[in-house]
Write a protein that binds this ligand. Sequence first.
Ligand SMILES: Cc1cc2nc3c(=O)[nH]c(=O)nc-3n(C[C@H](O)[C@H](O)[C@H](O)COP(=O)(O)OP(=O)(O)OC[C@H]3O[C@@H](n4cnc5c(N)ncnc54)[C@H](O)[C@@H]3O)c2cc1C
Length: 329
Amino acid sequence: MLPKITRFSLSISHSQTGIRARVIRALVRVKYPDGLHLMPLRLSSLLPFLEHDGGLYHTEGGLNAINRKMAELIIRNGGSVKTKTTVQKILVKDRKAYGIRVDDKDVLYDAVVANADFAYMATELIDNDQLRTYTHEKVAKKDYSVSTMNIYLGLDTLLPFSHHQIVFSDDYDDYLRKLSKGEFTDDISYYIHNPSVIDKTMAPEGKSALYLLVPLPNMTSPKDWTSYQSHIESLVYQSIKKKFDIDLEAHTLTKMIITPKDWQDDYNVYQGAVFNLSHKLSQMMYFRPHNNFEDIKGLYLVGGGTHPGSGLPTIYQSAIITSKYLEKG
Ligand SMILES: Cc1cc2nc3c(=O)[nH]c(=O)nc-3n(C[C@H](O)[C@H](O)[C@H](O)COP(=O)(O)OP(=O)(O)OC[C@H]3O[C@@H](n4cnc5c(N)ncnc54)[C@H](O)[C@@H]3O)c2cc1C
């Protein structure tokens, strides 16, 4: 029997962007052995569908090519870019941002735009007594996304993986259930990214760049990452050997690994939750921290932890929204 779909729709408009949308929600009636079940057709399943149906863009040279171009534009328009410099504090007085502290010096500005992970920024760079909606205690109580372990490899050859490939757990439902509860399992799923199949600039001639991404619980689930890193690594290598008959280690020339702890400690990502505040309804879109930050005047936010949400297209949208606020002054 074909599933019966009951549709209803909802019109929404969004004051910050002026976007009006008609959201089609659907309930699917599916026949199970124990009777008919009503299941929501999830809005989030639209994204994988669109990617399969319309394909994806790849930036030649990798995503950092976009950042390099942005830096060129900033410099061409009279701005300057300072890298490898940690902002120690966002200077705020009477809930108004007036600059940043860098290299132990206070530098004053009319406005500050923060792109660092929101929860890290709120808890580490701003004094608690300047915050209202997002005090350090309130930020700690929010729900956070999963983390990932990434294995970046430089290989001596081009291997026969697709550009994008996902290897699913034997029991995928169980893996997702455990992941959502912050539990670890050896029955992992992982993503293989092999961009050298379409982009020869990713590696020297005859070689390739490849990464493996394993979604894992974030740092709210305690783990000794010094030993667990190699455990996950060997699970991935064993799985690749079993499923593709490829000895990845034998082809590896260079390697870099980022664990959930590294995301937290080296990349300033709160709890290593790389997709930021989790995408539950009460933390999505309007319910994320606003680009014109509601707690502090003159502080503007961009990035995955803010409005509208995580994922690159959405993040660039947050930058467009913020630049409009800055233009308005
Ligand atoms: C492994 C992985 C895979 C992903 N894959 C996808 C994908 O396929 N598609 C997708 O749409 N999204 C993906 N995402 C999610 C999201 O799109 C990316 O995480 C995105 O890069 C987040 O952008 P951002 O601007 O919020 O943060 P970032 O790109 O992390 O930028 C924040 C910047 O702030 C800097 N910073 C932090 N603290 C300080 C400080 N104190 N002083 C100065 N600078 C500081 C950091 O160095 C960093 O450069 C992925 C994320 C990860 C981690």
